[in-house]
Write a protein that binds this ligand. Structure first.
Ligand code: AMP
Length: 309
């Protein structure tokens, strides 16, 4: 079993109510692969992306040391990496994008190494929808499961491409604000129906500190987010969630609805680590036994007994 991740590998500059950062590493591909690699064997989480010569080589080595195969990460020595700057509002559930510099992502032509071709699981992290589609087209065999993430930016600038790519995927993960923008519906139940009619068979709506909803046909499941004492920086939480979700599915080899319920608990557990420190810091230091402890906290959080007469 192997899992291919495509996404941005970036520099981020962040401002939250708790502080500011200089340029630190980020990007959807970085967060997803760091998260998913906790579930797969060494080098079975395979990253596709592009960076400029300015991207720190020790951070690529860090990804490798975490078990991420970076053969599909192109390095354009004479160009600059993708750059994103965001500022969070006081409630940390919403943010403004202050700067998006596509740089190397502007003409990104994903190359799929031969060793990635047999992948069974594919996750298309937040990127131009046309690039996401190119990755599907360039795989010789369709994976067993294709998960896609996107954001409002692409709804604004690449609507038609987005509609085309959506038709090709099994699962879409987006946040509540994006679900409303995509469907033009306020009710998330109505939104889910409209979005499921656009192509995906399963929809996950991420609601930050308010948990996540899983929709498939008429079935709905809700997973809470863990009430945390410290929420430092939500950047990458959505991607980390998606990485945990697909990583768990890939490690168990089961993509039915009941296993997807477990997968969103694992995704939520991974996201709860991500927000505890700036950027990728907490994911980089995560120990194996911490994940089980956190999943147990989720189980305890939602377990109750009611006897209906
Ligand atoms: P999340 O907080 O999970 O939505 O993801 C945050 C990450 O998305 C940051 O690390 C950014 O580098 C990355 N990002 C922001 N805008 C874009 C974009 N337009 N395309 C690709 N990646 C992006």
């Amino acid at each position: 079993m192997s899992l291919v991740v495509v996404g941005s590998v970036a520099f981020d500059e962040l401002e939250t109510p708790f502080g500011k950062t200089d340029r630190i590493i980020g990007g959807s591909g970085t967060f997803i692969s760091l998260s998913a690699a906790n579930f797969t064997k060494k080098n079975k989480t395979k990253l596709i992306g592009v960076v400029g010569g300015d991207f720190p080589k020790d951070k690529i080595a860090m990804l490798q040391s975490k078990g991420v195969d970076t053969e599909g990460l192109q390095i354009k020595e004479n160009e600059k990496s993708f750059f994103w700057k965001g500022k969070y509002h006081n409630d940390m559930n919403s943010r403004d994008t202050l700067v998006t510099e596509l740089n190397v992502l502007g003409d990104f032509d994903p190359v799929i190494p031969d060793s990635y071709q047999d992948c069974e699981y594919l996750i298309l992290g937040n990127l131009a929808p046309s690039v996401q589609k190119t990755v599907i087209d360039r795989l010789k065999k369709r994976p067993k499961l294709v998960v896609m993430d996107t954001m409002n930016f692409w709804m604004d600038v690449a609507w038609d491409d987005l509609m085309q790519t959506l038709k090709l995927v099994d699962v879409l993960t987006i946040n509540d604000e994006e679900a409303r923008q995509l469907s033009k519906e306020y009710s998330l139940v109505k939104a889910s129906k409209k979005i499921l009619a656009m192509g995906p068979k399963v929809l996950v709506i991420k609601k930050g500190e308010h948990g996540a909803l899983l929709f498939k046909e008429d079935q709905v499941f809700f997973a809470p987010a863990l009430p945390l004492e410290e929420v430092f920086d939500p950047t990458g939480a959505g991607d980390t969630f998606a990485g945990g979700f697909i990583g768990y599915l890939a490690s168990t080899g089961n993509i039915d609805f009941s296993n997807m319920k477990r997968a969103i608990i694992y995704g939520s557990a991974m996201a709860s680590f991500c927000v505890e420190k700036f950027g990728t810091e907490r994911l980089e230091e995560l120990e194996e036994d911490e994940l089980d402890e956190r999943v147990q906290e989720f189980i305890d959080l939602v377990q109750f007994e009611i006897k209906l007469s």
